[in-house]
Design a protein around this ligand. Sequence first.
Ligand SMILES: O=C(O)CCC(=O)C(=O)O
Length: 271
Amino acid sequence: MYLLSQKQVQQFQDEGYCLAPDFFSDEDIALMRAELQRLRDDQLLFNKCTKDDGSTPTTDRINLQICPLTPHSDIFRSLPFYKPVGDAIGQLISAPFVQQLDQIFVKPAGIGYGTNWHQDNAYFQSAQIEPHRGVGMWIAIDDTNVNNGTMRLIPNSHKGMKEHKRDLHSDHFITCADSVDESLAVPVEVEAGGVAFFNFGIVHCTKDNNSDQDRAGLALHFCECDVVSEHHPYTHPFIRGDEASDGLREFGRDLSADWLNARNKCSPALI
Ligand SMILES: O=C(O)CCC(=O)C(=O)O
């Protein structure tokens, strides 16, 4: 059973983020990689990069995204119901809470393009949402480091919302890059299976992948149920609280064993 330490929880409360370097096992990562490969083979990820006009697609800069993910993958749909995930989120925000959204970004080797500075709360446009009541869980599907453009985040940046405008190097992203002091940023350098938890108000980005290996990250977002944003068309399953049913009420089936069952069937050759 994985639980965040008191020190990690305290850092999340004080600075708006914490890292859990060994959250997922090699077997978990093998399953994530196998399912991601299936999604890529099925051409369900799309390049979000554009020339400076916000609309003309690029071929020399690629930032592949699938969002939302759950409608395309029973395996990733089951991950929030895997007990260690809900337990860790329950240490950071209060029940009842739901899943807000899920997505994967892939930065292909050499031409992988970063996702510009932003606060997730600028996307989850609910008038009433308070950033500390939502948490992003960014999972390294591959080893991450500065050379392959890992996530960077700015500690303590969650205490106020910044102005965002359209990022014209992408087809729909928004950014607060103009008001960011990059010298304050911390890179999230973790091996595959490591996790960064961060408050919906934390300013963060990813950079270009200059390495010779693809780099993928999976982002799950959770928030307390009374601040959920309906901005994205998405089912918001209850993860903890009286209305939580391990997916039964939202998806018609108890999904609590699905992650482990799929993991047990996944080929060890992929590890
Ligand atoms: O992986 C990325 O490029 C960006 C991820 C991100 O910004 C997020 O999860 O909020």
